[in-house]
Design a protein around this ligand. Sequence first.
Ligand SMILES: [Zn+2]
Length: 469
Amino acid sequence: MDSNGGGEVCRILRELKTLKASKSDIERRISDLEAQLRELNLNNGTVVPNGSSCTLMSTVDSGFGHGLSADMIYRYSRQLLIPSFGVQAQSNLLKSSILVVGAGGLGSPALLYLAACGVGRLGIVDHDVVELNNMHRQIIHTEAYIGQPKVKSAAASCRSINSTIQIVEHKEALCASNALEILSKYDIIVDATDNAPSRYMISDCCVVLGKPLVSGAAVGLEGQLTVYNYNGGPCYRCLFPTPPPTTACQRCSDSGVLGVVPGVIGVLQALETIKIAAAVGEPLSGRMLLFDALSARIRIVKIRGRSLQCEVCGENTAFTQKQFSEFDYENFTQSPLSTSPLKLNLLPADSRISSKEFKERIVNGEANVLVDVRPPHHYKIVSLPGSVNIPLSRLESRLPEISSFLNETKERKALNPDSVPSLYVICRRGNDSQRAVQLLHKMGFTIAKDIIGGLESWAQDVDQNFPTY
Ligand SMILES: [Zn+2]
């Protein structure tokens, strides 16, 4: 491209950046003003549509005995026209309050549909900020909100769809000490989180408060959905009295997810919530829906009913609100409540080196072998030049390969007969590499060292252009 063309591109990029910044600023101001207006209306005991006109009368009960105003009748007309739904269900919905825990992949579609369908009050709990790698599945957020709290972004989207309902923002991490207070303000709870301690905590809290829980999960290309603690049905602990083994969830090679899969499950969570709130149909209690995206199959299986021996909802349980608020869910599940990745520290300091130090050694021409222990599909995304891929799960059976790489490097670099090349291990974030080094030490490769923080640290401290995922 000629220099003029380059200048033009720069000018357009600059203008785009400025416009995007003002767009995000304007959206924030709209959302603040709408919140102020709602506050004033609540205090005055009147309801004004959050549009430009203040046509008070249009939102007041139209006087037909169902509590729906003319505006509501028009807005929700397609739902009112369903014979098995109608004004009664809509009126029930408008009186309901729903809390969605997590404004991520499941929470995004659930929140959008719950806002759109006209629930009375919609609460959102999340402590995280919007990131670029959320965009493929967390469709409630837009690029303009990257770096801002998810709660703000999600609330703004919900308000832009339906400004007549009350949206409550809880910008905090849900934990045992605040869960009772937050959940008690709502009729129905939607679990749209993605970790074991949160699942147990939210389910237990729903049991002690007597609230139905609409629970969803999605990983990879599969999802599942059920309703807990509803009409005598089981709670999460009835089904899973003991937490799953933690090793699978503590690896730094997290499982991926195709964006549309939590989308499907999140939409179904909204549907089950609407059925409970509106008192229509048969909510998915005592049954579990299993979704397999690749085979395009949805199965509904019967699950066990409430367990009399359940520690939380069983016959002789003494699990009270006080016990709940003091229960250590992280310890119980051996995994963190927060979504921030786990950082293990399994090795002595002299068995680890920083990514910067590793880079210096390469620059100084040190003879070494670098083993990347991530799964092959991770290695294909991005890898360091000269590294060899031996996944952690195969390491033990492929030790002879490491010996031959070491010998080959020794010959190539023409080392003294009594010196050996260095052996380094790397992974995505530096947890699996430590496990690998532990194993290598045990198997006689005592020179093996772990690169602290893995490829993420390389991208952060050595090469900022190195892709992260
Ligand atoms: Zn139970």
